[in-house]
Design a protein around this ligand. Sequence first.
Ligand code: HEC
Ligand code: HEC
Ligand code: HEC
Ligand code: HEC
Length: 390
Amino acid sequence: MKPTTLAIAAFVLLMGGTVVDAGSKQLAVSKTPPPPAADIEAGKAVAGQCTSCHNEDGISTTPMVPHIAGQHADYIVKVLRSYRMAVRKGEVMKDHIGDLSGDDMINVSAYFASLEPFPIAVARKKSEAGGKASAVDPLAAAREASEPCTACHGEDGNSEVPGTPGIAGMHPQFLEWSMKAYKDGTRPDDVMQSFVEALSQSEIENIATFYALAKPVKTEFPGEGNVRAGAAVAAPCVGCHGVDGNTDDPGTPRLAGMDAEYFITSVNAYKDGTRDHAVMKDLVDSLSDADVENVAAFYAMQTPHGPTTLASITAAEWAEKCDRCHGKDGYSTDPRFPILAGQSESYLLRALKIYHLEKRKDPMMRAMSFPLREADFRDMAAYYASKAAK
Ligand code: HEC
Ligand code: HEC
Ligand code: HEC
Ligand code: HEC
């Protein structure tokens, strides 16, 4: 939305009427009657109580304090009322609106709504400062974080070290779970633990996505076993691991193309209980050493591929869903839905998380934030924060 359109929208709204979009498309404001006409000058006086945090121009310089300049007046009024009634819990805010009357709230909202809208003001300030909007590239971050892994797991997750599993093209969920199991020691391995123990949840998710997207190649170490004999041994395994060792199941590792030495080590670890997994133990307990060597060779010879379905969707795909309410690129023109474009990344991140945890209650946002994972929260916050600079 262009600055003028936003200003007009805010202006018309302040005049107690309906909002008219650039294409003069009539937007439904709400079913309730229009709010009483607001007094911007009176609002400016009230705003004196707010500027210590939200600043004179409504553009915050503190990451956890949201920008409110040019936000929809109706939305501001609604939020002030919900702080007052502690429906939205923000201790700081409740303390600062304690003595505002109903009219004060309407006026101060109209005042902030009349200022240069924050997406535009933030973009201008950034360009004046010569700054650049932050890019959403979790995979670039993951590439960096996975630098120490390449010595053993290969440049792209295709290991060239016998005894070390290839991790390219494994399901991200399985990769995530195994990293966490090494981290908390439920899958004991001192070496792997030392490499993952310092990783945060979001780094783990990024790394899992990074390797899941890498193309797996067949191991160069098929072992000594008899592939045909191995095919017979593999019969009970197909239900979970797939006919050729490729599976889309999030919790089951791919066996196709797996290094034979690692395969044998894993089976033995299930047998002797060092890798604790009751199901796998039952399945391999009765296999002889020759059986294991043969089935390892059979799987090593199969051509691996990555999962064909991944439940998670990209930031851009999420944004399409969010934009249905928040407007294209977060430039909402509908007073029920706050503008997100150019809001600070840390504020957006925190807001999303508290809707998700139902600490900030809103049924629409609860539903929308429910399926998001940590990495999605960060992607979405970065995505909308970067939209001011378009
Ligand atoms: C002491 C600092 C402080 C003062 C003073 C203050 N605020 Fe806030 N304001 C905050 C913080 C922090 C938040 C974010 C709280 C949260 O996460 O719910 C916030 C949130 C808001 C929001 C919600 C914005 C959104 O996008 O959902 C509005 C609207 C708002 N303040 C308006 C005001 C007005 C109007 C005043 C003056 C009457 C005021 N604030 C005074 C710190 C302050
Ligand atoms: C010093 C060599 C080494 C380094 C460095 C290393 N790994 Fe490993 N990794 C291994 C070995 C060996 C195993 C098999 C351990 C076992 O038997 O459980 C393994 C297992 C794994 C597995 C489980 C794969 C499966 O099929 O079950 C994942 C996931 C993994 N590593 C990820 C990583 C990540 C991510 C990093 C970097 C942060 C990393 N590794 C660094 C050697 C290494
Ligand atoms: C009921 C489903 C199921 C069946 C049947 C099954 N597996 Fe598994 N398999 C799993 C799961 C789940 C894991 C991951 C367990 C873990 O987290 O350690 C696994 C892990 C493995 C691993 C370790 C792979 C890695 O990357 O770390 C090997 C090797 C393996 N299975 C071989 C076999 C063989 C051989 C058979 C047939 C004799 C078989 N599995 C049958 C579910 C199954
Ligand atoms: C069905 C409409 C709808 C959809 C779709 C929707 N939202 Fe919202 N969103 C709302 C409403 C209504 C609010 C204000 C709720 C309140 O009063 O706290 C809101 C508030 C927010 C806020 C807080 C803004 C602030 O200034 O405090 C964020 C952040 C947000 N939404 C992000 C998203 C993201 C990201 C998506 C997509 C995953 C999304 N929304 C999808 C309706 C929607």
